[in-house]
Design a protein around this ligand. Structure first.
Ligand code: GUN
Ligand code: ZN
Length: 465
């Protein structure tokens, strides 16, 4: 047994802060001088240093001073082969896909290109503090193979799968339902459950899927009910109109995926901007999940996700937050939190009734406010719950896999350090309140420069500089 330990200031979550309105700090756990003890990358003890250290006198201890250590960030929705085209100019979703995305993703049929792109993808991910992602690959199996091989080399907990699309893209980019079924079956066999790799059946979106492709997805899900399902839903109004024209027997976007038996636990629909109340209710009852992608939704002009509606206790949705990079023009989940906060504020300009008193809904407006507790829960334990991975990752519970990030609250844009000195007077946080305030500074004023180190399965995987 090789026992190691990390000593430092820790903050993680044990519950959902939206369940503790007005007392959100009760969802968090904080040790100003904590010790995380690991055996082969798995957490065996966690607590105050003075309570835990004596039980592990022989542990090799790494001290991370002047950092706040939080669980690794979870990106619920991201596109590997868009790494080079993030931030592409000038279009909304459908023309953006045609002009920028499909041509770039086609390059990932070439193994050397896919390998370089995938390696860079993981480098940028770890430099942003993200240790788990649910990722789209492309319609070539080569891209998916390279993804799982690279993730395994880095020992990262990931979810991905071959992306299926058989219409509304250039001919050479499409896969037939038969190819999609056969290639997916081979990839599932080869990669699912191997190391930390997990497989998602991945129809790109209903706008790119014939009934036969969705039938192939259903067959895969029937044959492998333990798998994840990852797709897009209700991102952009033109897309939604297109989906309803193609699937004219369905009343709404979700109805298409329901018709093919795909909606249930471990289903994720990315974006979910324009879902109606009934779709939200059905997703909630099914135990399915959506991803809030504010950076992308703003960048592509898709719309404002209704966070306060998704967190309504009467029909609470499972949720992840995601970059949707390259629709999102950033890799960092800290930028996702920043834009998520702003989307909540924008929604509240209507919900506070100041524009039209008939639109006032103060309860929903309160749930739209992305406090620092709600924010960091959403990209750690909440993200793990959204992906049904909270038995393995998301916080520092004993038995979980040790993925974590050491944040330097003074590092980031030049203005950050002086800003933060208002809070903890430049010193390490002694209380949960101080630590939370520093984290709020990081999410609103910082960026990936605040990520000093990223650890995967108990080992350093990234060090800044
Ligand atoms: N819908 C279908 N494909 C895509 C994609 O690559 N990005 C986004 N944001 N939406 C999509
Ligand atoms: Zn996407």
């Amino acid at each position: 047994m090789s026992i190691t330990a990390v000593r430092g200031t820790f903050l993680d979550f044990v519950d959902d802060p939206w369940r503790h309105p007005g007392r959100e700090e009760e969802s968090a756990r904080f040790f100003a001088d904590g010790l995380l003890v690991l055996d082969d990358g798995i957490i065996v003890a966690f607590g105050d240093h003075s309570d835990v250290a004596a039980d592990y006198p022989d542990a090799e201890v790494t001290e991370l001073r002047d950092r706040i250590i939080v669980p690794g960030f979870i990106d619920g929705h991201i596109h590997v082969p868009q790494t080079r085209v993030l931030g592409a100019y000038g279009e909304q979703l459908l023309p953006w896909l045609q002009k920028w995305v499909f041509p770039e993703e086609l390059r990932y049929a070439d193994r050397d290109y896919a390998r370089e792109g995938t390696r860079r993808f993981f480098d940028y991910l770890l430099a942003s503090g993200t240790t788990t992602c649910q990722a789209f690959s492309s319609s070539s199996p080569v891209a998916t193979e390279e993804f799982f091989e690279e993730a395994a080399r880095r020992k990262m907990r990931v979810i991905s799968g071959l992306t299926g699309i058989d219409r509304n893209a250039p001919e050479e980019f499409l896969n037939t339902p038969e190819e999609f079924y056969a290639d997916s079956t081979a990839l599932i066999e080869r990669y699912h459950g191997v190391g930390r790799n997990l497989y998602a059946i991945t129809p790109r979106f209903a706008f790119g899927a014939s009934d036969e492709l969705l039938e192939a997805c259903k067959r895969l899900k029937d044959e492998h009910p333990e798998l994840w399902v990852h797709t897009h839903i209700s991102e952009n109004p033109s897309e939604i109109r297109g989906v309803l024209a193609l699937h004219d027997d369905c009343d709404d976007y979700l109805g298409v995926y329901e018709k093919f038996g795909l909606v249930g636990p471990r289903f994720t629909g990315g974006h979910a901007v324009w879902l109606n109340d009934d779709e939200m209710r059905r997703l909630s009852e099914a135990g399915a999940s959506v991803t809030f992608c504010p950076v992308s939704n703003l960048f592509l002009g898709s719309g404002l996700f209704r966070l306060g509606k998704a967190t309504d206790p009467a029909q609470r949705l499972r949720m992840t937050f995601g970059t949707d990079m390259g629709g999102g023009n950033r890799f960092s989940m800290l930028n996702v939190l920043e834009d998520a906060y702003k989307v909540g504020m924008l929604n509240n300009t209507l919900l506070d009734g100041s524009v039209d008193p008939r639109q006032q809904d103060l309860a929903e407006a309160e749930r739209n406010k992305l406090s620092v507790y709600r924010a960091f829960w959403s990209i750690t334990l909440g993200g793990a719950e959204g992906l049904y991975l909270d038995d393995r990752i998301g916080n520092f519970e004993v038995g979980k896999e040790a993925d974590f990030v050491a944040l330097d609250w003074k590092a980031g844009p030049p203005a950050l350090a002086w800003h933060q000195s208002l809070i903890a007077d430049g010193g390490a946080p002694a209380t949960l309140d101080d630590a939370a305030n520093l984290l709020f500074g990081i999410m609103m004023v910082g960026d990936e420069r605040s990520v000093d180190e990223t650890w995967v399965l108990g080992e350093r995987a990234y060090t800044k500089g």
